[in-house]
Design a protein around this ligand. Structure first.
Ligand code: ADP
Ligand code: MG
Length: 362
């Protein structure tokens, strides 16, 4: 197991990168704690696989270093890094049986036969394939093959880290939940450093204690699900996480008041944004409808399980409010009130900390 340090890492697929947009991975410094389980979350194309492949050694970064337990491995090949990686699509040997496929990483390292048999049995149980152990992989469904790939990734106990790149994409929804639970159990049992890539917020939030959110080649926030919900550091985190995501409104902010259109919105703390485009953000959970606040038009009300979402319009900006079950919609002029302590302030998409005037970003 290892602590993994990314030191001034950056990557471009181009031979002579010029502008920002030429970098698939913008400069990144990050430490993945030894034995921690992370989800790496972001939209398609934001650089998740690039980052994972750099950690495993499939890709050499254009700039910077990778350290495992403070030892520089940047120039070490994948095999020397002692990592298990599971990809989006199955990688199995068709001519081998399921058992042989699962045993392969252990055989390869010269493990002892008795140990291999026990370990393969345990993994087969985790992926629900005990009955198929002696079948050839050829002819199995994509779903079953992906379970074998997962099993192969989990079979070794002595790896530095386990990397999963959207491993449940081809798995049916019920089995997804089951396998994710097994991965968590595996983490509890062996305490591997795990990085689990996904573009699905539910998967990320239920898998990991810490979620690393990427946007456009950058890590924009590393935090607990609660922190991502309460204090999104970037507007992207605000609207990507949550359903619906955070409401954002252009505002002028001075002290404890935001001016939005011609209206004043009280804030929970004092702010002195450094300038740029200033916005306030509030999650639909903290918007209530009543006699106070911004005048809005209710365009639609949708039932979503235990809640209702009110779709609102404020001077041409769409807003959402989550209404508790059974709460009546106010009649007549509707106003939307934001819970002051739940409002975040942003300057050019980055969260402004409350308090004294913050430093202008370089
Ligand atoms: P994700 O896994 O988050 O979907 P990727 O890391 O695969 O994102 O891709 C990040 C960016 O790098 C995308 O713009 C993608 O088109 C580009 N990219 C990925 N792989 C290559 C490659 N082999 N050659 C050139 N560009 C690539
Ligand atoms: Mg990818």
């Amino acid at each position: 197991m290892a602590k993994i340090t990314l030191d001034n890492l950056a990557h471009s697929y181009l031979p002579a990168p010029a502008g920002e947009e030429d970098w698939a991975l913008k400069e990144l410094n990050h430490v993945w704690g030894d034995g921690e389980a992370y989800a790496l979350l972001g939209a398609s194309g934001c650089g998740k696989s690039t980052l994972l492949n750099i950690i495993s050694g499939l890709l050499r970064p254009s700039r910077g270093r990778i350290l495992f337990n403070d030892i520089d491995v940047t120039d070490q090949p994948t095999a020397a890094r002692n990592i298990a990686q599971v990809f989006q699509f199955p990688v199995v040997y068709d001519t081998m049986t399921v058992r042989e496929n699962l045993a392969f990483p252990l055989r390869n390292r010269g493990a002892e036969a008795g140990y291999i048999a026990t370990r393969v049995q345990a993994i087969a149980e985790m992926i629900g394939m005990e009955a198929e152990l002696d079948r050839k992989a050829r002819g199995l469904t994509a779903d079953a093959k992906q379970k074998i790939s997962l099993g192969r990734g989990m079979v070794r106990e002595d790896v530095n880290a386990l990397l999963f790149d959207e491993p449940l994409t081809v798995i049916d929804p019920h089995m997804k939940w089951e396998l994710r639970t097994q991965l968590k159990a595996l983490h509890h049992e062996f305490g591997h450093t795990m990085i689990y890539v996904t573009h699905d917020q539910t998967e990320a939030l239920t898998f990991a204690d810490k979620v690393v959110v990427m946007h456009d080649g950058r890590v924009v926030q590393v935090g607990t699900p609660q922190a991502l919900f309460e204090r999104p550091e970037h507007t992207f985190v605000g609207y990507f996480i949550g359903s619906p995501g955070m409401n954002l409104l252009d505002a002028e902010v001075d002290g404890k008041v935001a001016r939005v259109g011609g209206f004043e919105v009280p804030l929970g703390a004092e702010y002195a944004p450094p300038g740029g485009r200033v916005q306030i953000g509030v999650r639909p959970e903290f918007v209530s409808l009543g006699a106070e606040g911004l005048p809005v038009t209710v365009t639609r009300v949708e039932d979503v399980g235990r809640h209702r979402i009110a779709r609102l319009d404020f001077e041409g900006t769409a807003l959402n409010a989550l209404l508790p079950e059974g709460a009546p919609l106010p009649a007549g002029d509707v106003r939307a009130r934001f819970a002051p302590e739940a409002i975040n302030v942003y300057s050019d998409d980055w969260r402004v900390a409350p308090g004294s005037r913050s430093e202008e970003a370089a």
